[in-house]
Design a protein around this ligand. Structure first.
Ligand code: CA
Length: 231
């Protein structure tokens, strides 16, 4: 049986989708928050995720980025009321496979779900964890720059994976702390700066052209290898 994880905080929308998919013979698990979704995926298998963008605890984009570390090949369709091109691009960059603006007709959801299940099986998630010669393998938890292997601690790995998913964005220490460390930021700590410096050092040592820039008054920005080389 095909297992679908539905992440949606609006009960009416969730029950509409769930009921329709049940009738089509899918096994649907419904959760209403991002953390619940990630916890579910740590424990249970799923064949596809339907992911609302606006969730109470974290955005669907963040759920998608984190989920990609756990399950690089799992098909993800984002559901959202936001129909702006920018949001669509961000969703796809965060590792979503498809994007369905609300409101939608159930038949469209079903058709796209079926198409995703057909085409996305066993497709490795290359683009998300690659930047020029730099590649992260979230399954093996290894990192390479060309022929050189970078020895990263689990936290450094998560931090670099996070930066790769948010290329060219100015990211505050608060956001980095919440998304990578998973708890609230303590202003008294320079933990992030220490880790960013470790990463910078390791990237430079491996000859990687990507840069982690300091954004004054904000935090950090990851500049991809191609653009860093052009600069
Ligand atoms: Ca919502």
């Amino acid at each position: 049986m095909t297992r679908i994880l539905l992440v949606e905080d609006e009960p009416d929308v969730a029950s509409f989708i769930r009921q329709g998919l049940d009738e089509e013979g899918y096994a649907v698990t419904w959760v209403s928050a991002g953390r619940e979704a990630l916890e579910h995926l740590r424990e249970e298998a799923a064949d596809l995720v339907l992911l609302d963008v606006q969730l109470p605890d974290m955005t669907g984009l963040e759920v998608c980025r984190r989920l990609r570390i756990l399950r690089p090949t799992l098909p993800v369709m984002m559901l959202t009321a936001l129909d702006a091109v920018e949001d669509k691009v961000r969703g796809l960059r965060a590792g979503a496979d498809d994007y369905l603006p609300k409101p939608f007709a159930f038949v469209e959801l079903l058709a796209r779900t079926e198409a995703l299940l057909r085409r996305a099986r066993n497709t490795p998630y290359e683009g998300l964890f690659r930047d020029g010669a730099l590649t992260l393998d979230p399954v093996a938890h290894t990192c390479r720059c060309g022929a050189l292997s970078l020895s990263l601690t689990p936290r450094e790995f998560d931090l670099l994976a996070f930066f790769l998913g948010r290329r060219n964005e100015a990211l505050s220490r608060e956001v980095i702390h919440r998304e990578v460390w998973g708890h609230d930021f303590d202003r008294g700590t320079n933990l992030i700066d220490v880790y960013v410096n470790y990463l910078r050092h390791k990237l430079a040592e491996a000859g990687c052209a990507a840069r982690i820039e300091t954004v004054r008054g904000v935090g950090y920005r990851y500049v991809p290898a191609g653009e860093a080389a052009d600069a």
